[in-house]
Design a protein around this ligand. Structure first.
Ligand code: SF4
Length: 380
């Protein structure tokens, strides 16, 4: 890992620790043989007062209790569509719980069972850094013709910046539509915070050249770019990435093709450009699941996405051969922080009338973040 990546990771850890301790009170022991029984009892006691949302990257022990499974987009829609449940228990990471809070009514309370479940990619773009970038673009008279697009995997503060400045949120399934929409409104895009999704969409879907994209490094003056580079660029990519999907390499693709005859490589667009270019199929989490489910028995897939999901797909599709693209195992460590003890603790606390680990986005931030989220939900 490069030094700058370690610095970015370190910054993410700082942000997570700023969010405070992961939970208050005593967690049940993970070895408690009655843990599943306790989870069932607490879930039953909460009844319709609670809705449990589970991201596809969650552990099986947690996803088993999810009322709705989905990627970040599907879960945001589920949160927006359900105004009845008083508690929305979000088994995912911090930015997803923030979006759920923004999209639910004031009566609903969004609970993240472990507050240290952040996202290293989301933490790679802070509000201060993005405001600084925007100031530089304004000085160059570029900001007025630049539309910010932020990936769902960003903090509420970044979504709010995007909403205030005429932009929209996107997900991996609608990034192409969001970028086309932005080019109808302006001449340039500032794409936050995932450089890979921005580059892959510009290159593979919009037909732009790699040279049309530049990378803004928030740790360098002027983003490490000349004024002319900023003026010439069509897409300014933020220097952020997913620490899980960024691990997959072209070598992984070549090796699996050599070892497994007839294998098809299926990857998420958060992977590097050289990986998505060499893959057979590129798609969002929901698209990866659908592709595997609908493929013919006997088909072989090497999948480049989070390991909990790949393992689940292998277990649920035993008529197909499913392997992880990288031989070295890698879960998303922050997604994995939500485990059954944390879920049981959160549910039992709610049963006892204690609202714990509530995620509440400040009103002004939420107002403009919702503008950006609503623009995404209204994309043609
Ligand atoms: S898989 Fe990557 S983008 Fe998703 S939560 Fe983990 S670090 Fe963030």
């Amino acid at each position: 890992m490069a030094l700058t990546d370690l610095l970015l990771l370190g910054q993410g850890l700082d942000l997570q620790s700023e969010r405070g301790v992961s939970c208050t009170g005593a967690l049940p022991e993970s070895s408690d043989p009655k843990l599943v029984e306790r989870a069932i009892a607490a879930r039953s006691a909460l009844g319709n007062r609670a809705m449990i949302l589970g991201h596809h990257y969650q552990r099986d022990e947690v996803i088993d209790f999810a009322d709705i499974r989905g990627d970040s987009f599907k879960l945001a829609q589920a949160a927006a569509d359900n105004s009845a449940a008083e508690y929305v228990i979000f088994c995912g990471v911090h930015f997803m719980a923030e979006s759920a809070d923004i999209l639910t009514t004031d009566f609903q309370k969004v609970i993240l069972p472990d507050l240290s479940a952040g996202c290293s990619m989301a933490d790679m773009a802070t509000a201060a850094q993005v405001n600084n970038c925007w100031e530089q673009l304004s000085k160059l008279n570029i900001a007025a013709k630049t539309i910010p697009i932020t990936y769902m995997n960003s903090s509420a503060a970044i979504k709010s910046f995007t909403g205030r400045n005429g932009g929209a949120v996107c997900t991996s399934s609608n990034a192409e539509r969001a970028m086309k929409w932005a080019f109808e409104k302006g001449e340039k895009i500032l794409f936050l915070p995932d450089q890979h999704l921005g580059r892959n969409t510009a290159f593979l879907k919009l037909g732009l050249k790699l040279q049309d994209c530049v990378i803004w490094n928030p740790w360098k003056p002027n983003g490490g770019l000349t004024d002319q580079e900023l003026k010439d660029a069509k897409v300014i990519l933020w220097r952020g990435h997913c620490s899980v999907h960024g691990r997959f390499s072209l070598e992984n693709v070549n090796q699996v093709r050599e070892k497994l005859s007839g294998v098809k490589v299926l990857v998420h667009p958060e992977c590097k450009n050289e990986v998505v270019t060499a893959a057979d199929v590129v798609g969002s989490t929901e698209m990866i699941i659908k592709t595997v489910q609908e493929s013919a028995p006997g088909s072989k897939w090497a999948i480049g996405t989070e390991l909990n999901l790949v393992q689940r797909l292998a277990n649920e599709n035993t008529d197909k051969e499913i392997v992880f693209l990288d031989r070295t195992v890698c879960y998303c460590s922050t997604m994995n922080r939500i485990d059954l003890p944390h879920l049981v603790w959160a549910m039992e606390s709610l049963v006892q009338g204690n609202i714990v680990n509530q995620i509440k986005v400040e009103a002004e931030t939420a107002k403009y973040a919702k503008v950006a989220l609503d623009r995404m939900l209204a994309l043609p």
